[in-house]
Ligand binder design. Sequence first.
Ligand code: FES
Length: 149
Amino acid sequence: MESTVKKITAKYGSDPSQIIAMLQDLQSAKRYLPEEDLRELAEALAIPLTRVYRIATFFKAFSLEPKGEHIINVCMGTACHVRGAERILNELERQLGISRGETTADQKFSLETVNCLGACALGPVVVVDQEYHGDMTPGQVDKLMENYR
Ligand code: FES
């Protein structure tokens, strides 16, 4: 079977200037950037692996670790923080059994924090897979998670 990297280089050609778009495709196909794929990509583009890693680690959207099927982002910006974001984060950590920045063992959820999602009026805000949930309370966490379990 054709590898993911082969499909990506077939789409973009072997042009190193397209590397960010290629890494984006790889990240969405595998939900992270596996080392073997980065090696294959460096070879296909005839560029040093260190250059691929420099780009992969520069952008927050890329991950070198496997990510969960669902990405939960808790806003910890000032407006959300003063309205209790920390308590919501604690409740998510308790329910998922992981800390911020981690992924559950079954690879279902990754829990992350961000600084302001630009929707301060809705705070505290939790975003799951790009879907915004405003005015969150710790008591609503269970119901929210039910939609994704
Ligand atoms: S501080 Fe949370 S959306 Fe702005």
